[in-house]
Write a protein that binds this ligand. Structure first.
Ligand SMILES: Nc1ncnc2c1ncn2[C@@H]1O[C@H](COP(=O)(O)OP(=O)(O)O)[C@@H](O)[C@H]1O
Ligand SMILES: O=C(O)C1=C[C@@H](OP(=O)(O)O)[C@@H](O)[C@H](O)C1
Ligand SMILES: [Mg+2]
Length: 173
């Protein structure tokens, strides 16, 4: 079984997909995002899956996508913000190097407001994001090998902090 060199978790807007790409580039390894895997498999964007089949169906696809990627992908893996809600996913993350990207509410709302639609934040994003974080923070902490604060940092600076937190060497070191 091949496992990822590192896995990124954290709430929407923490920068998992963006930072994951930068970290993978620095390490000279591949990048994979389970949200992209789900969209490729379903043949449609995530908001359409939520509307057409509902959140429970999306969560089932997500659990399967994380299991497949975590067992086959050797590079950097970014998960969707809600993936850690699944007990079996937390179980398989237990033995992997996992970085929890922290972000304050104000930064997250600013960031995701400019990005692709996220169905869970479509209505009243500030209140929804706060609720999500209250429920999920303990789960992010449970699976995290390291926690990296992204506030006031560019994606490149966050990538440096991630590599430092896990003491990973890049080909240029
Ligand atoms: N450290 C950062 N500073 C400023 N903007 C960021 C940062 N990280 C990500 N972003 C921006 O925030 C948005 C959400 O980033 P994304 O990587 O999709 O987050 P996630 O996958 O955690 O939801 C994108 O528009 C991205 O360019
Ligand atoms: O927090 C969540 O439940 C979700 C986060 C999204 O991913 P990002 O965290 O990459 O935005 C995506 O998986 C889906 O919209 C649900
Ligand atoms: Mg993402």
């Amino acid at each position: 079984m091949t496992t990822p060199v590192l896995v990124l978790v954290g709430p929407p807007g923490s920068g998992k997909s963006t930072v994951g790409r930068v970290v993978a580039e620095r390490l000279g390894v591949g990048f994979r995002d389970t949200d992209a895997d789900i969209e490729a498999q379903a043949g449609k964007p995530i908001p359409d899956i939520f509307v057409d089949e509902g959140e429970p169906h999306f969560r089932a696809l997500e659990e399967a996508a994380v299991r497949a990627a975590a067992g086959t992908h050797a590079g950097v893996l970014a998960l969707g913000g809600g993936a850690v809600m699944a007990g079996p996913t937390r179980e398989l993350l237990r033995d992997l190097p996992v970085v929890f990207l922290e972000v304050p509410l104000a930064d997250a709302v600013k960031r995701v407001g400019l990005d692709a639609p996220r169905p869970l934040l479509a209505v009243n994003p500030r209140a929804r994001w706060r609720e999500l974080m209250d429920a999920r923070r303990p789960l992010y902490l449970e699976v995290a090998t390291a926690v990296v604060d992204t506030a006031g940092r560019t994606p490149e600076q966050v990538a440096d902090a991630v590599l430092e937190a896990l003491e990973l060497k890049t080909p240029h070191d």
